[in-house]
Design a protein around this ligand. Structure first.
Ligand SMILES: [Zn+2]
Length: 373
């Protein structure tokens, strides 16, 4: 089954954060403003956004402290504030975790009960409060899709809510907001964006619209990431990365992810590792072990990323260039975790594993985890 339905309203360009007030006010004059652990506060962006929102007549209740790999518990807290205070719109300003939390709060506010029912498809809903998003990193692509990845702290399951209702009413993609990222953060989020595009292109669920967006996303991301990581302030490189991020988010909304995301989520669900670092440890190993399947597509990617024939080695070279050649064991994942991660991947990532060009057996999945240590 191949579908295209993606009504995103993207406002792209430097300085366009100035429009967050008017975009929000279209939906409600009472907003929950969701931010993270402090970077928007420190950089002055939070105050700036509050000023713009106030000018547009929008009252804001601030919900701060969203953690990396946001939990369902955090989402329930935000949703109850939105309900208690009768807030009509959710605004998320931050990295992928903040945007995912904002979207999930918008969903949870109108769908009371256990979010796991929606995450595991036992229930569905087309209801959510409107969400307005402004990403400050260029990785997640959350600003361009209907996913919100959450971790259940009781089970360790890290899996997405997927609903058209949480596609943002407007996403303000202002590359200027991203240029304060530390280099390591940039490398990890940028590689995540590249993976979204690569995986959407490789996915068995892909189609010509998704492939077109994903391939251009790979091209933009691969050509600019190393440059930006080496300290370049070239605005074209940063604009390209911002496009690659949103295009990756849109491409996976259509085609889904494959094995790298499928196997990474159990690792970050269990050990709370950084998503982009987990992807960096797993992706080349998975590509090595996919040989003989989807060869044509892997060759296209290898050529775009590194002008070579082997995709795993092109990806390794790029990771070397952005100083992100890591192993799962460097990140705190232990060999004895392989068994749990394998079982968890088969539980939560069936769709992603099914969409990968090669079908991996349980034993092969465990071997991938061990080889990535
Ligand atoms: Zn991702």
């Amino acid at each position: 089954m191949k579908n295209y339905y993606l009504p995103t309203n993207l406002l792209f360009g430097r300085g366009r954060i100035s429009e967050i007030g008017t975009e929000t006010a279209k939906w409600s004059k009472r907003a929950l403003l969701v931010v993270g652990m402090g970077s928007a506060q420190k950089s002055g962006l939070l105050d700036r956004a509050l000023g713009i929102l106030k000018e547009a007549g929008v009252f804001c209740e601030i919900f701060s402290g969203v953690e990396p790999n946001p939990t369902t518990t955090t989402v329930y807290k935000g949703a109850s504030i939105a309900l208690e205070q009768n807030l009509g719109v959710i605004v998320g300003i931050g990295g992928g975790s903040v945007l995912d939390a904002a979207k999930a709060i918008a969903f949870s506010a109108l769908n009371p009960g256990d979010l796991s029912d929606y995450i595991f498809g036992r229930k569905t809903s087309d209801l959510a409060l409107p969400a307005i998003l402004a990403p400050t990193t260029c990785g997640t692509g959350s600003e361009g899709n209907g996913f919100a990845v959450l971790t259940n702290p009781e089970t360790g399951d890290k899996k997405s809510i997927k609903s058209h209702s949480i596609i943002a009413k407007a996403s303000i993609i202002d590359p200027e907001l991203m240029q304060t990222m530390p280099t390591r953060v940039l490398a990890t989020v940028g590689f995540d964006a590249l993976c979204h595009n690569m995986e959407a292109f490789l996915s068995k669920g892909s189609h010509p619209i998704a492939e077109g967006i994903a391939l251009r996303g790979v091209e933009l991301g691969a050509s600019s990431l190393a440059r930006a990581c080496s300290g370049s302030k070239c605005s074209k490189a940063w604009d390209d990365l911002a496009w690659a991020s949103v295009m990756g988010g849109m491409a996976i909304n259509m085609a889904g992810v494959t094995a790298p995301h499928g196997l990474e989520h159990p690792a970050s669900g269990l050990r709370n590792i950084t998503h982009g670092e987990g992807l960096a440890a797993l992706t080349p190993v998975i590509f090595d072990r996919s040989t003989g399947h989807g060869e044509d597509k892997f060759r296209v990617l290898a050529n775009i990323i590194g002008r070579e024939r082997n995709c795993a080695s092109a990806v390794r070279r790029l990771l070397h260039d952005i100083d992100l050649l890591v192993k799962l064991s460097d990140l705190g994942v232990k060999e004895e975790d392989a068994e749990w991660m394998t079982d968890n991947a088969l539980k939560i990532s069936k769709a992603g594993l099914d969409a990968h060009p090669k079908a991996f057996s349980r034993e092969e999945i465990k071997e991938i985890y061990l080889a990535a240590m």
